[in-house]
Design a protein around this ligand. Structure first.
Ligand SMILES: [Fe+2]
Ligand SMILES: [Fe+2]
Length: 387
């Protein structure tokens, strides 16, 4: 039936079917119900694309601590580390670096991201010039998503700073707000000054950010942002760092990765205490189910559809694109980088009970359990094995 439709209409129907399939894949109706309003705003109304400003309402509690008690030494040490490691984007990065995003000798993202034999599977042949242009567009798309994510992280970290109950956590939260502001600054500056092209926020990323920023439950916000989205970001930063030859971007990502390592550390410290000592079994199970669904969403849903729509819509179907991109070497490396860190963190905070493990196992994610969690890794550890 779709074959007989005009290409534009067919594209919209394929997109709707694709989005419905995301919803149907969700195993847990409670998680689905909690994410549904954000899914409507992101996937159906496309607020991230159709509006220039989106107003989100959050009803999280503000905890004003009048005891000023400091009794969380590990959190205090983390705060001190954060203060010592602040950096200045203006002074610490060389913005005079001449960046030519179409120079194949110094690629922003190498051909390995989307290798030649992969491109040859497409029913269109790209010229050498188009190939370079595609790589350039993919780089702009990725870095744009980083920038949108950093804007979300800025607001989420500010909200969490208000909500957490530990005084040291509030102090650390203040440093994270500054870090996220700097990350937003550097990605925006790189895109504007060096790449000269920006993409809209990906609909699925918008759904997750909208869900986190509007959920009043601080620990869901915390779990989603500090563990899940930061884990996703670390995996993506690492993949792009290792596939880039451009020195300014590599250096910028190294600085950002060091900051993010502290943010995940903060997340696991706070949540381990909260999940293991303060929640009932039923409440902990709810968080465990939510984390699993979000992990699957993150694994399956970042398909660069904006690139598909710009380059390949009408040439191949959305489903063919999804298959192609989800099996690409870059995507596989990205997933490996993401889950390698994420799974040990979920285990450390108590969200990997025997009840949920078989579900992760279906996606081959349990192999990562052996890895170190964020409380065992310093900023230096996180950048030591970058190539
Ligand atoms: Fe960040
Ligand atoms: Fe962060």
């Amino acid at each position: 039936m779709l074959r007989g439709m005009p290409a534009g209409a067919r594209g919209r129907v394929e997109e709707a079917i694709d989005n419905i399939s995301v919803v149907l894949q969700m195993r847990n109706p409670k998680v689905f119900a909690s994410m549904a309003p954000s899914a409507v705003r992101g996937l159906a109304l496309k607020q991230g694309k159709r509006k220039s400003v989106v107003h989100m309402n959050s009803h999280h509690p503000v905890t004003f601590d009048l005891t000023y008690k400091m009794d969380f030494p590990e959190m205090r040490r983390l705060y001190q580390r954060a203060v010592e490691n602040q950096w200045n984007a203006d002074k610490d990065l060389d913005w005079t670096t001449d960046v030519d995003p179409r120079n194949p000798e110094i690629p922003i993202i190498s051909n390995d991201f989307f290798p030649d034999d992969y491109i040859q599977q497409l029913p269109v042949k790209l010229t050498g010039k188009q190939r370079i242009e595609l790589n350039y567009n993919i780089a702009c798309w990725m870095l744009s998503q980083f920038m949108h994510g950093e804007q979300g992280a800025l607001y989420a970290s500010a909200q969490v700073t208000e909500s957490v109950g530990w005084m040291e956590g509030k102090l650390f939260g203040g440093t994270q707000v500054m870090d996220e502001a700097r990350h937003l600054e550097v990605f925006n500056r790189y895109l504007t000054d060096k790449l000269n092209k920006r993409y809209d926020v990906n609909d699925n990323l918008f759904v997750i950010l909208d869900d986190l920023l509007t959920d009043a439950r601080w620990d869901f916000k915390f779990l989603g942002m500090q563990i899940m989205v930061e884990g996703l970001a670390l995996g993506a930063f690492r993949t792009i760092h290792n596939m880039s030859k451009e020195p300014l971007l590599k250096n910028l990502l190294k600085y950002v990765i060091k900051d993010e390592a502290r943010h995940v550390h903060y997340g696991v410290l706070a949540l381990k205490d909260h999940f293991t000592n303060e929640l009932s079994d039923a409440e902990r199970r709810e968080r465990e189910d939510w984390a699993f669904e979000v992990a699957v969403l993150m694994r399956n849903r970042f398909m660069a559809h904006e690139i598909f729509e710009e380059w390949f819509e009408g040439i191949i179907s959305r489903r063919e694109w999804n298959n192609l991109i989800s099996n690409s070497p870059a995507m596989m490396q990205f997933r490996q980088n993401m889950f390698y860190r994420l799974i040990p963190n979920l285990d450390f905070i108590g969200l990997m009970s025997p009840r949920i493990r078989p579900y992760y196992d279906k996606f081959g994610m349990l192999d990562y359990l052996k890895g170190k969690n964020a409380s065992q890794l310093s900023e230096q550890d996180m950048v030591a094995d970058l190539s």
